[in-house]
Design a protein around this ligand. Sequence first.
Ligand code: AMP
Ligand code: ZN
Length: 490
Amino acid sequence: MHHDSCIYTPLSNLIMGLRLFNTLTRSVEEFVPLDPEGRRVGMYCCGPTVYDFGHIGNFRTFVFADLVRRTLEFCGYAVTHVMNITDVEDKIIRRIRQTGIPLAEYTGRYLAAFLEDSKTLNILPPHHMPRATEHIAEMQDIIRRLIERGYAYQAPDGSVYFSIDRYIAAGARYGRLLNLKLEPHPEHLRVEADEYAKESVADFALWKARVPEDGDVFWPSPWGEGRPGWHIECSAMSVKYLGPAFDLHLGGEDLIFPHHENEIAQSEGADLQTEGRPFVRYWLHGAHLLVDGRKMSKSLGNFFTLRDILERGFAGREIRYQLLSGHYREPLNFTLDGLSAARSALARIDECIDKLQNIAGGAHAQPDRSILDKFTAALEDDLNIAAAWAVVFDWVREQNRQLAANQATPASAASALATWEQMDRVLGVGRLSANSVPPEVMALVEARQEARKNKNFARADALRNELKNRGWLIEDTPKGPRVKRIPAQA
Ligand code: AMP
Ligand code: ZN
């Protein structure tokens, strides 16, 4: 139905409509938006905790969310993409205690870094990026409703907890995402309040009472000074920007339980939805990123921030390519060899595009619909990105064959360029034409010129080597230095 609004009219019956794996039902389902007109889509992805630089695992999840959004837009939907910023949380409080930097300044620094890194990866900025510290009132509102409905209680320590037992006892289901069947445990309700702060160990904090270690990180509330729990953040901010019931909720697979389960309990427990609608229609989870086949960890020495990888000379688009190389539900093994392969793959596309550009000149033409149909069909099949890349590389091979046989005309080349432009709306790897040099590479070239001027030849040579490591050759001509991309090995 939504194909009426699709950016082009599909030619073939390959096009079946978008299908996505829903963690809630453990099956691939046809995607049908809540919007009766089938056009608008609300999508929420849990955002970063801004306590440090983002690691490449985090960015796998954000690139996955970007792929979902771009695919929806490619299919003609009008997407509202919301991502929260967790700017108050235990790890953040620990860091500001250690460093003495005020909360807003500390989180502001890492939020800026996160946004810069997202841009490096060509992740489209979400339409709303609400911060937890700016939505305390909305969180308190949901907590109040949960207390009124009997699902939350204030413990002797002053904190407010969500009672899973009371929620289940009222007939609600907890454990839907994991398909757990939890029964109420009335014995927990009998635990002496002065022995345990919580009625039951499974209960989770909605509001954490102020403790001395929190320093000046606290807000007033009807339940005393304190700060919100992490789960309530996402319930409050998703509902504020997308309404009480919305289409898609995304995150890394580690968030399925308890974070997303608790979001459901809070949002549905607060009874915000009308007509028995669920809080979220489709739950999508991205599998984790492994590095050299193992879980990324500081102690294994395989822990990389995005910036670590950039320092090794790789470009954002190469990292994006590798993060987009496998299906989102499969673990992805990140390796430096993989990045070199990404460089070669992209160079193959760049070369082809450059040649097409030379032939097309200023000509314009329609994209090749049969290619776009295949590409769309791959993505519609639960975002089968490997199949989508296969369409791209088969197409590149065919273009190269035509170019080698001198069969390309300005019109055919222009059509091919238009085809690539459409596919790149989803892939977002851009095109690097022979004469576009990234600013960080230009900065190195200029630094080398400066070193040569000062007769610091050791430094000039070091910078030349640095450029080489990044895949750039420098040639000194009478008109000054020229940089060229080192051609990829075939
Ligand atoms: P955080 O900043 O810790 O709140 O995490 C932000 C996002 O990154 C969440 O959606 C996590 O699920 C996701 N994430 C954390 N580690 C990894 C990993 N190794 N691979 C993929 N996603 C991850
Ligand atoms: Zn969340």
